[in-house]
Design a protein around this ligand. Structure first.
Ligand SMILES: O=C(O)CCC(=O)C(=O)O
Length: 357
């Protein structure tokens, strides 16, 4: 799980940090328009074009190999990073849409926790509330006759009490209430946790926190995807998942996922939505990371030695020419799905599934 290390002058100089800065989005201002500063992408590994030329000619670039395994799609590995595998376009467009929909609707539902729990307590139906233009208002500030909807999971008595309302009386609210629109909260949704809940303050899984099992269909998908990286004859047991949500300018700093017991079991990491750059470093931040593109439908596996490698996401591409989500746009084009389309056109979602014990 994310190892929060203090940013010091020393850490700013590591090879990992330099690569993060190289790929991070910076803007130039031209005639009041924010233009993304051009970045040299020539060293970024593109597994999709590797797959295409592999299908045509059977050739692979130096340092990349095909894993010999019983899987219906080519699985690639990197000679310099044992235990790391990449399955380009592993999910069909229909599967991608399904998991985007679940990530926005059911996955953030209590008892699953999100980054909003600490401030607002558990929030029900955030995506729907955003679609309906609702506003979250602090409960004890509501006037008595107020038509509010209970959104709190009352099992947590100490949670702050916030409710969604359809509208607020501007003049009353200006003085009296704390409020935030559901659409702002949706944009600020950064993570939700499924299955065993991770306690970020203690940096450990807290089995005492209320939780539901990971949905069966996601378990089945994770087991199928994990198979190429599993120790011989063993089956993957999905026990926890983190869903990361990235919007414009968001990045995930270099970190290790080290709170699971058995590192021979892979982390199964699914990319959805806008294209991103992933940095796969080495066991120290001093080692120069390998940069690669992640596109919607790609799956990565990190097992064994690769579990000890620093990694992160310094950039997502939200400008329409570079998102590479045309198939999703067609799939979400009907009236019922416009809110999903609006979200995913400028966002990326990552679902990473883990065996904890
Ligand atoms: O967003 C990604 O692809 C990587 C996520 C990740 O590294 C993590 O959650 O540990």
């Amino acid at each position: 799980m994310y190892r929060a290390e203090p940013v010091t002058e020393e850490s700013e100089r590591t090879a990992f940090r330099k690569a993060e800065k190289k790929y991070k989005i910076y803007y130039d201002n031209a005639k009041k328009k924010k233009i993304p500063r051009p970045v040299d992408l020539s060293e970024v590994i593109d597994f999709r074009s590797i797959l295409e030329s592999f299908k045509r000619s059977g050739d692979l670039p130096d340092g990349v190999f095909e894993l010999k395994c019983d899987f219906n799609l080519p699985v690639f590995g990197l000679v310099s990073r044992p235990g790391f595998y990449f399955i380009p376009s592993a999910l069909s467009v229909e599967e991608q849409c399904r998991w985007i929909t679940e990530s926005l609707t059911t996955f953030p539902q209590p008892p699953n926790r999100t980054n909003h729990n600490a401030i607002y307590g558990p929030i029900q139906d955030l995506f729907l509330a955003a679609k309906e233009g609702k506003i979250l208002v602090e409960e004890d500030k509501l006037p008595e006759n107020f038509d509010s909807e209970v959104n709190l999971d009352q099992t947590d008595a100490n949670a702050p009490h916030w409710n969604f309302v359809k509208e607020i009386n501007e003049s009353w609210c200006r003085d009296a209430c704390k409020s935030v629109s559901a659409s702002v909260l949706l944009r600020k949704l950064r993570w939700s946790t499924l299955g065993l809940q991770f306690d970020w303050s203690r940096r450990s899984y807290n089995v005492a926190l209320p939780h539901k099992k990971i949905p069966d269909k996601l378990c089945m998908l994770a087991k199928r995807m994990a198979a190429p990286a599993m120790p011989c004859g063993e089956e993957f047991h999905p026990e926890a998942a983190i869903v990361n949500y990235f919007g414009l300018g968001d990045m995930l700093g270099g970190h290790l996922d080290d709170m699971e017991k058995d590192w021979s079991k892979p982390i199964v990491s699914i990319s959805l939505g806008c294209k991103a750059i992933f940095l796969l470093g080495g066991k120290s931040r001093e080692q120069t990371p390998i940069a690669m593109f992640l596109r919607s439908g790609d799956v990565m596996l990190m097992a064994g030695e690769a579990r000890e490698c620093f990694h992160g996401v310094p950039r997502i591409f939200t400008d329409p020419e570079n998102t590479e989500i045309t198939p999703l746009e067609s799939q979400f084009s009907d009236e019922d799905h416009t809110s999903f389309l609006d979200y995913i056109q400028t966002s990326r979602i990552n679902i990473n599934i883990r065996q904890v014990f």
